[in-house]
Design a protein around this ligand. Structure first.
Ligand code: 9WN
Length: 439
């Protein structure tokens, strides 16, 4: 059992970090490395904020919604006008060339894994002032519905119930080995011109490689040339993927959108149809019976990508797997040769059994607090309370030992990437709440 005093000190420290990273109505993910507002970060951050400042949690979400495009898309970054040294910044994205971009705020031209509506539900549930929270729901519901409609209208041209992404940054798991082969196949028709800022803040061996950054930047240049026209991009680009994690978060968010609609007495028939379609598609198109694993569908090359990484287990979070499959996923997550190293810290972001497994490099092996949090919720969904408690405890112990880092070495617990990372702070607040209830 973790000492109560230690938990309280940790919680207070987490609150201080969120206050230090507060930009007024949004929170930067980290002091230097990420000086703007990010989409799924703000969703995770709002969940933590809702435990001690529900008004500020609502503000976080409203701030992100300011960046909504006319087609419903919520961008992956809403830029902070006071910060100029980030690549790629607003001038590089140059989103004003698209008639659909918002006029009064600058944003990136892509989206990110959709956990926002799930976060809105959590913020509502945790609120004490229900009258104010109902007003908040009323205000955000139409925007959230447009946001979800965007995926079905613009990211699912064949009406399969699965959304596709057009850039690794949209996944949030940027340099995951899941897309190595797809990126390898992208031949650069010109050399992208840019200067990396990230590797002057964080050691280069903890970040994506220059080769990967060339591809990331090249894709942004391609989108800019296409004036962010999604039909054109789908036609010209070879990075068009239907990821399991993205779609599971979308599904969980849709369930919450349905719940919000019910609470407000809104018509939810369209939302119900979206839910049904996505549920079927995840368990057919993204499931591989031979390997017993979920995967990402590579639309450009018409094949299912099977790689043993943490994303595969996101159907637990969405509650989309049968209990047989959930039991097998739980065993894999607990395995000391895959995700839960003996005498180390769970969960590796890539299975130790994969050749690409790396202890330090970003999304290629290190432990992340947000993916642990997703898995804790997923294990809870299937009644694996003991395992969920154990993972909660291990995650809190990791942060107690090393601090609120962005990611951690699964063998030693050493912290990597940005320090004082906002979602590590906010989700630890949520986990402490859970842990204290269960003890
Ligand atoms: C690019 C902000 C974001 C997270 C992503 C994480 C990282 C950016 C980067 O930081 O991505 O969007 O510069 O590497 O991969 O999940 O949202 O914390």
């Amino acid at each position: 059992m973790i000492d109560k005093g230690a938990l309280e000190t940790l919680r207070n420290r987490a609150i201080v970090i969120l206050k230090e990273n507060d930009l007024g109505s949004s929170t930067k993910p980290a002091p230097h490395l990420y000086p703007h507002q990010w989409n799924w970060d703000s969703a995770f951050i709002a969940i933590g904020l809702s435990h001690f400042d529900e008004e500020r949690a609502q503000k976080e979400i409203l701030s992100l919604l300011r960046g909504q495009w006319s087609n419903g898309m919520l961008p992956h970054i809403v830029f902070n006008p006071h910060c100029v040294d980030y690549h790629p910044g607003p001038a590089f994205w140059d989103c004003s060339i698209s008639p659909g971009s918002p006029k009064d705020v600058q944003t990136s031209g892509i989206t990110q894994s959709p956990i926002l509506t799930f976060a809105v539900c959590q913020v509502f549930e945790n609120s004490k002032d229900k009258k104010r929270a109902m007003e908040f729901l009323n205000r955000v519901f139409p925007k959230l519905k447009e946001y979800h409609r965007f995926f079905f209208t613009h990211r699912d041209p064949k009406g399969e119930g699965l959304a596709h992404i057009i850039h690794p940054w949209e996944s949030g798991l940027d340099n995951s080995p899941r897309w190595d082969e797809v990126l390898e196949h992208i031949k650069l028709k010109w050399t992208p011109k840019y200067k990396r800022v990230d590797t002057s803040i964080v050691p280069a061996n903890q970040r994506p490689t220059d080769k990967e950054y060339d591809k990331y930047t090249y894709l942004v240049e391609l989108f800019r040339k296409a004036k962010y026209n999604l039909d054109y991009i789908r036609d010209k680009s070879s990075f068009i993927i239907q990821p399991i994690l993205f779609n599971c978060l979308m599904y969980a968010s849709l369930r919450c959108l349905e719940q919000i609609g019910n609470t407000l007495g809104e018509d939810i028939s369209e939302i119900k149809q979206w839910i049904l379609k996505t549920d079927n598609a995840i368990n057919t198109k993204l499931w591989d019976e031979d390997s017993g694993m979920y995967g990402d569908y590579d639309l450009a090359n018409d094949r299912l990508i099977i790689k043993n990484t943490i994303a595969n287990f996101s159907p637990l979070f969405a509650g989309l797997s049968s209990s047989r499959v959930a039991a097998s996923m739980k065993r894999t997550l607990m395995s000391p040769t895959k995700y839960w190293p003996d005498n180390g810290y769970p969960l590796c972001s890539v299975s130790m059994s994969e050749p690409e497994f790396n202890l330090v490099r970003y999304w290629r092996g290190p432990v992340w607090v947000n993916t642990n949090w997703l898995m804790i919720k997923g294990l809870e969904n299937y009644g694996y309370h003991r395992e969920a408690d154990n993972l909660t405890k291990k995650t809190i112990e990791l942060v107690l030992k090393s601090g609120f880092y962005e990611y951690f070495n699964p063998y030693t617990g050493e912290g990597y990437g940005a320090s004082n990372f906002s979602w590590s702070a906010s989700l630890v607040i949520d986990l402490i709440e859970l842990y204290s209830k269960n003890e």
